[in-house]
Design a protein around this ligand. Structure first.
Ligand code: AMP
Length: 129
C-alpha cells in the first residue's frame, strides 16, 4: 500500500481538500505555495500514463474543479500543474498557485506552515469548491 493509499484510507492524516468515488485531493505537506494541492486516483497506479484513457481524463476534470477553487481561495495568475512522481509511486497531479514561471520550480525552498495554517488553507479551498 502506498503512503497516498494510506492517506486515502484515513490511516495517515492529511489536510483534505476534496474527494469523490475515484479521486482524492489533499495539501502537499511541503508546499511550494499556499494552496499547493495533490490530486490522486484512489486506484493505486504508480505512473500516471498507465491510467486508462477514461481514468486519466476523469482525473484531469477532477483536478480542474480543484484548481478553480484554489484560484478563488488563493488569487494568482494561474494555477500551474505538474506531474513528477519521482518520490511517491502513486500517480498524482501537483496544483500550484503561480505568479510566474519560477513558482513551479521544485528546487525552490518549501513553505513551513503550522498545522493551523494548513487547516486554514484546506478550509479556504473547500469553501471555494
Ligand atoms: P513527487 O512524487 O516527486 O511528485 O513528490 C511527492 C510529493 O508528495 C512531494 O511534493 C511531497 O511533499 C508530497 N508528500 C509526500 N508525503 C506526503 C504526505 N504524507 N502528505 C502530503 N504530501 C506528501
Amino acid at each position: 500500500m502506498t503512503i497516498f493509499s494510506r492517506i486515502i484510507a484515513g490511516e495517515i492524516p492529511c489536510y483534505k481538500v476534496a474527494e469523490d468515488d475515484r479521486f482524492f485531493a489533499f495539501l502537499d505537506i511541503n508546499p511550494l505555495a499556499k494552496g499547493h494541492t495533490l490530486v490522486v486516483p484512489k486506484q493505486e497506479v504508480d505512473y500516471i500514463f498507465d491510467l486508462s484513457d477514461e481514468d486519466l481524463a476523469a482525473m484531469q476534470v477532477f483536478a480542474k474543479k480543484v484548481a478553480i477553487a484554489i484560484k478563488k481561495a488563493f488569487p494568482c495568475l494561474k494555477v500551474g500543474q505538474a506531474v513528477l512522481g519521482l518520490e511517491v509511486p502513486h500517480a498524482h497531479i501537483h496544483l500550484i498557485p503561480m505568479q510566474s514561471e519560477k513558482d513551479m520550480l521544485f528546487s525552490n525552498p518549501k513553505l513551513k506552515l503550522e498545522p493551523e495554517e494548513f487547516q486554514a488553507v484546506a478550509e479556504a479551498i473547500r469553501q471555494a469548491l
